[in-house]
Design a protein around this ligand. Sequence first.
Ligand code: ZN
Length: 218
Amino acid sequence: MASGCASTAVVTQVNPTRTASIETRFLASEPDPKFEKKLATAVARILYFSEKEGLGISDATTFVSKVFVYGTKAAFDKTLTSSPSWQAGISVPINYVGYGQSKQFHVLSFTAYQRIHPDASVDDYTKLLTHELAHLFHISFLQGQEDEMGPTWFFEGFACYVAGQYQTSVLPEGSRLTKIKSQTGRGSYEDYAAIFRYLTRRSSVRELLIEFRRKSNF
Ligand SMILES: [Zn+2]
């Protein structure tokens, strides 16, 4: 989400067969014929990244099988809070707009996303899709071992890196960096992106994913 990020080239050429086997369902929304293209672009970016970094995943169905697109934030929140992993009684923050689990990906429609972020472009939205799919890709790389994704700053930094988000964010230094790395809650994605990008100067992405799989999530 920079030296390393700059090489995360944006793939504009989309192979339609790459999403043909992914089932998309629209909930609380009219079907959006343009969604498929955005999804295909996000998938193409991830597969390009996988190939470039030698991560061994060349088929999107390895990490995503179904996509659910929500026309309203309320419908999205309802599904999320009904999921077994959601802590009862906790409301969904306004900035939660996508999540993935067991190869299923849930996300707001572009229109619903724009209601929260009126200035969001198609590219911003495509980066969001790429970011969320990058988490599913990461889990797939770990053979489904979600608890081996590493600390929050690490897996969120990775997803930002794959998606080309916050490519010019500034690396936190000194005590601020130490604090971010030991934080248990959610912090700034700009910081996470900068830290991950910094790590890619010394190690390949593949080495990092393997190194951090042994480091517990706090
Ligand atoms: Zn994320």
